[in-house]
Design a protein around this ligand. Sequence first.
Ligand code: NAD
Length: 322
Amino acid sequence: MKRIMVTGALGQIGCDLVAKLRQIYGEEAVLATDIRQIHHETVQSGPFRTLDVTDNTAFYEAAREHKADTIIHLAALLSAKAESDPALAWHLNMGGLLSGLETARALSCQFFTPSSIAAFGSDTPKNSTPQDTLQRPLTMYGVSKVAGELLCDYYYHKYGVDTRGLRFPGLISHSAPPGGGTTDYAVDMYGSAISSGSYTSYINKGTYLDMMYMPDAIQAVITLMEADPSKLKHRNAFNVSAMSVDPEAIATNIRRHIPEFTLDYDVDPIRQAIANEWPDSIDATAAREEWGFDVQYDLNHMTDDMVSKLMVKLQADQSKIS
Ligand code: NAD
């Protein structure tokens, strides 16, 4: 990776990823793009361009003008939002991916796009879900992610495009808000614990899902993209995870810092049904063996960091008001 273009760069992953990529590869080397433009560090700290990824000509032109050798394609509609507008989800998730893959083919770029634990379904083994297994999701988000994994495989086998990808679990971070996924509750819980000392979860207790802290997710993208291609047997859609947790486990952990924190439930049937389809815990052995996947943060370490970062943010916001 030398000259990188990122789509959906103002989202939860993009904001942190662009900052890290600019730190490693240089500010001018990383073009951030998104359909919207907001007042944000990602827009100010290096090249930025508005781009609708479903416009394949504009996608190609942006990559060509930047002289990109790598495309990191993040723009997508996430699980809960996709269920409320399945046609838009298909149009964006598949149309945007096709624009990206065609651009990568035309310009000989390396190509990364994330899949998700949503690519599994209720028939998939729930515990220690294998890398290669049954994938029959019933959500539009899941359908688009399985189709996306297959399309990336196709471009590799048919055209030799260097496609790579990860099946991300729920990602927890503090710098940008999550974009409408099912695991957003975990991010929201940390924020509410700091600001109000209580949280009402839309996901029920006992619902275990894989999660990972954003710095580990970012490092996983970079390590995979820099990995020796001859070692990659799977290329696209590697299972990766750092922990399997339910809302109670996170709340108990937060109470190490905020003992009076209270957690209630008001379960949202739509997001709960999505979560019920997903594995309790996935097996990341292939990622470890093929390119050395590893994580730095377990639940304790992540909670310590989230709480301290959010406390600093809250204090800064309060001092701006007063
Ligand atoms: P997000 O919703 O936070 O950000 C998506 C960004 O895409 C937004 O900034 C949005 O403005 C932009 N966008 C929307 N429509 C666009 C268009 N037509 N053209 C260009 N940009 C457009 O999403 P995220 O959490 O950063 O996720 C990025 C990728 O990672 C997605 O493919 C998602 O499926 C995958 N993923 C995320 C998670 C997670 O927990 N965040 C987990 C698994 C997989």
